[in-house]
Design a protein around this ligand. Structure first.
Ligand code: 9MR
Length: 467
């Protein structure tokens, strides 16, 4: 426990110092880089991480059903899923790829595709893999054959699961993967080739938007800029080159080091080239877990102010990194216990922040629990009310500003003739659909989507109000 407090205080100091640095510079603005669909329209992605239950499941698939996807769409109109896949399931034995597992993933992708979703496959890991915490639930992702602890211990009795990252055996497992030890140059290559196998399977699947190369990378004994510009960048370059050898079109999502950056600190992730012909399709997909909430506080009283500052630093630092990477932004994870005081206010704030930055959001997570949209008994949590909001699923131009309220949505964009703008309108604020301030609108009541054909060039300010 002492160690936990020490780390937390250090982290707090570092966050505060980072905040001072951030406020002395002017905040960058979104740089006009957006994820686009096959017509070239800007996609605003809204959805869930699906699902944490896949981590420990023997088949590595979410413990949900098709009906659960239907309910999610009906209640919140999501158009995106960050779908967890596991290296242990892709490559159960070195060099052997499990095509049956990939077929099952493909079936899930089909379910989503049939409902108009875009899927991002996320190679998930927490605390390396089940090989480091055989008795616990935290370690997941990497296959046991790729787990080298070199006899170092892992004490699973920790105040929080994240503390496991500091255990000597876990640090060694990562050091072997990054080849910091010089003993396992083969592991990163395996990882990159496992991604190639996934990309070869999904390259022609229209529902698959792209690939999130590694969940919450951890550097082991190499941390910060040394890690992000060193082994992490090497992994990304190697993996991108394997993926591009079979798939030149899918988006590739890069995550920064999680520790610190999840709390709003800057990332040192360098620009990574995309060897495809045509404009790069590399996106930046950081996570957001404000430190006060990680420490168990609520979004209330004193912690609210600190959390709000964190959100500001997070935004400024993320946009700086996105500028450097020349990449659009997707908030790949953010979530909290929705039964705690202030939780809905925080979701509202984060969604607004993402709207203003033109970024997508994947909420953590789509599991039946107090953080999710439905609890263990299937009852909706307050998340459904605050996450069901009007949003432009696809925009026929380059977004300048997006602002949603319960009963209105304003989208300002520079039209580029790519196609109509599609807007999701939740039943609560828009029971009979919506009225568009300009253009020609058609309402699809079953999907709750308003399709608006505006002028195809020049700046458009489109306001939607209830019909
Ligand atoms: O919410 C998840 C928790 O139930 C697990 O015990 C833990 C370890 O697997 O992972 C949590 O999910 C985390 C995700 O995998 C990575 N980003 C932070 C998430 C919330 O802590």
């Amino acid at each position: 426990m002492k160690r936990a407090r020490w780390i937390v205080s250090l982290a707090a100091l570092v966050v505060l110092a980072g905040g001072v640095a951030a406020t002395t510079r002017s905040a960058p603005q979104p740089g006009g880089r957006f994820i686009t669909d096959e017509q070239g329209r800007t996609l605003i992605l809204r959805g869930f991480n699906t699902a944490s239950s896949a981590k420990g499941a023997p088949d590595a698939l979410p413990e949900l059903t098709k009906a659960d996807i239907d309910r999610e769409y009906r209640d919140m109109g999501t158009n995106f899923v960050r779908f967890l896949i596991m290296w242990r399931a892709v490559e159960p034995q070195p060099g052997t790829y499990d095509t049956k597992y990939l077929d099952k993933v493909a079936e899930w992708v089909r379910w989503y595709g049939e409902r108009g979703y875009h899927v991002m496959l996320d190679m998930h890991q927490d605390v390396w893999g089940s090989g480091v915490t055989p008795a616990g639930t935290a370690g997941n992702g990497a296959p046991t054959w790729a787990t080298y602890l070199d006899g170092l211990p892992v004490d699973t009795d920790q105040p929080t699961w994240e503390m496991l990252y500091l255990e000597p055996g876990v640090i060694r497992a990562f050091d072997n993967f990054w080849n910091t030890t010089g003993e396992h140059p083969e592991l990163m290559d395996h990882y990159a080739k496992a991604w190639k196998a996934v990309a070869a399977r999904f390259k022609d699947d229209p529902a698959v938007l792209g690939y999130d190369l590694m969940n919450e990378p951890w550097g082991g004994s190499v941390q910060g800029p040394q890690f992000e510009t060193g082994p992490l960048a090497t992994l990304y370059r190697t993996t991108i080159s394997e993926i591009r050898s079979v798939d030149s079109d899918s988006w590739i999502f890069l995550e920064p080091q999680a520790v610190g950056v999840n709390w709003g600190l800057p990332s040192a992730l360098p620009y990574v080239d995309d060897p495809r012909s045509g404009p790069p399709r590399i996106a930046y997909a950081p996570h957001l877990y404000p430190l006060p909430l990680d420490l168990g506080d609520d979004y209330t009283a004193g912690s609210k102010d600190w959390t709000d500052r964190t959100l500001g630093w997070w935004r400024d630092n993320v946009l700086r990194t996105a500028d450097r990477l020349d990449a659009p932004v997707l908030l790949g994870e953010f979530g909290l216990d929705m039964t705690r005081p202030g939780a809905s206010d925080l979701v509202d704030r984060v969604v607004r922040l993402s709207e203003r930055a033109g970024a997508g959001v994947a909420y953590w997570s789509r599991d039946p629990w107090s953080w999710g949209p439905y609890d263990e008994s299937g009852t909706a949590t307050p998340l459904v009310g605050v996450y069901a909001r009007p949003y432009p699923r696809a925009i026929g131009g380059v977004p300048v500003d997006i602002r949603s309220e319960a009963r209105s949505l304003t989208v300002t964009f520079d039209a580029n003739g790519t196609g109509p703008t599609e807007i999701y309108l939740p039943a609560a604020g828009f029971p009979d659909g919506g009225r568009a301030s300009e253009g020609e609108a058609t309402w699809d009541a079953a999907r709750r989507v308003l399709t608006v054909r505006t002028k195809t060039s020049g700046r458009v300010t489109l306001t939607i109000t209830p019909a």
